[in-house]
Write a protein that binds this ligand. Structure first.
Ligand code: NAP
Length: 336
């Protein structure tokens, strides 16, 4: 895992997905903002989405991360259109279920059997494929505005059915609030019942959000999960484009979403960023590259899920694949 490349692939190295038999690029492409509309403006339009997918594939990237609700299904549909002209087998596609997919339908959200069965059909249809390498449970059903109290055994059995019928290769869990005991409970129960365990995890993890280090990553190591951190740049904060006391650049996420500014543009985070900038200056790299490289140096991390709004941002971020940090630099950032 981490920096242990098993193969070379045009710049982006290829690593094992945790303890599974799958191999993935060590930086995944995130598609959360594909087709996402806010105040009538689509953040990443179809043409830009295609350009991002092209740039990622040209760099040797194979690991594409999406979810059923990204852009109300547009993200998956666009990936499907893009994949139609390519060799599907060369890519590893991960999607997610949990959030509501129809309004006013009590069975159209969460982890109940009816929702999961309908969702997997719809996901595969939009992606134009008959299998997914990874299907994540996007939330466990708590700490969210969407209530869901589906019994663990019901969704473990339903998800196991998807693996057995070949539509899904591996099960993943994605978290907002990282609670290690839930992973442990689910995987112990799966083992007792002879069901499929979770083998991939997608927690929020970056230099200024490190809650997973308190137990969750230990659980991930114990169960040999492939860890694919989301928001690896803290929504763009760790790119260094925000300056203390200045308005966020036009069109940046913090300008468009005031809650991002509130959460990330804090004095404490700017202190951490100062160390990131110093390491970046020493290496002739950018703060985004250093922040991503730091995650890649964590043994437990398989592949950060890189978000980018533009091709330039993506190319900068993929440059992290070629960046090595010394042990001292890794430690300095960990202590920041
Ligand atoms: N499982 C989950 O619950 C969950 C939750 C969130 C995300 N995800 C996944 O993780 C992916 C990444 O999440 P994220 O978008 O929050 O990641 P992120 O890397 O923390 O933030 C990405 C944003 O930062 C800015 N940015 C990126 N690279 C930059 C650069 N080099 N220079 C300047 N600005 C840069 C861009 O925003 P602006 O240019 O607009 O400022 C970009 O949209 C998503 O696409 C999705 O696939 C999963």
């Amino acid at each position: 895992m981490g920096m242990a490349a098993v193969d070379g692939c045009m710049g982006l190295d290829v690593v094992p997905l945790g303890g599974t038999g799958a191999r993935v690029s060590s930086l995944a492409l995130g598609t959360w903002r594909f087709g996402r509309e806010r105040d009538g403006v689509v953040e990443i339009e179809r043409d830009r989405a295609m350009a991002l997918l092209d740039a990622y594939a040209e760099a040797g990237g194979t690991f594409i991360d999406t979810a059923d609700f990204y852009g109300d299904g547009r993200a998956e549909s666009w990936i499907g259109e893009w994949l139609a002209d390519r060799d599907r087998a060369s890519f590893v596609i991960a999607s997610k279920v949990f959030w509501p997919t129809r309004e006013d339908d009590p069975n159209a959200h969460g982890l109940g059997r009816k929702h999961l069965r309908r969702s997997i059909d719809e996901i595969l249809d939009r992606l134009g494929t008959d299998y997914l390498e990874v299907l994540y449970v996007n939330r466990w059903g708590d700490h969210t505005p969407v209530e869901d109290d589906t019994p663990l055994e019901e969704y473990l059995r339903t998800l196991t059915g998807f693996v057995e019928d070949g539509r899904v290769h591996y099960l993943g869990t994605s978290t907002m609030v990282p609670e290690a005991w839930k992973v442990a409970r689910a995987n112990e129960r799966a083992q007792q019942l002879g069901l499929e365990p979770f083998t991939v995890a997608q927690p929020r993890y970056n230099l200024v959000n490190r809650a997973v280090e308190h137990g969750y990553l230990n659980a991930a190591s114990t169960y040999d999960l492939g860890v694919c951190p989301w928001s690896p740049l803290a929504g763009g904060f760790l790119s260094g484009k925000y300056r203390r006391g200045e308005d966020p650049p036009a069109w940046s996420r913090a300008a468009v979403e005031p809650e991002v500014a509130g959460a990330y543009l804090t004095d404490e985070n700017y202190e951490t960023l100062a160390d990131v900038r110093a390491v970046a200056d020493d290496l002739g790299a950018t703060p985004a590259q250093v922040s991503l490289a730091w995650l890649r140096h964590r043994d437990v991390v398989t592949a950060p899920v890189v978000g980018a709004r533009t091709v330039d941002q993506l190319q900068e971020n993929l440059g992290a694949a070629d960046l090595s940090l010394s042990d001292k630099q890794v430690q300095r950032l960990a202590d920041a």
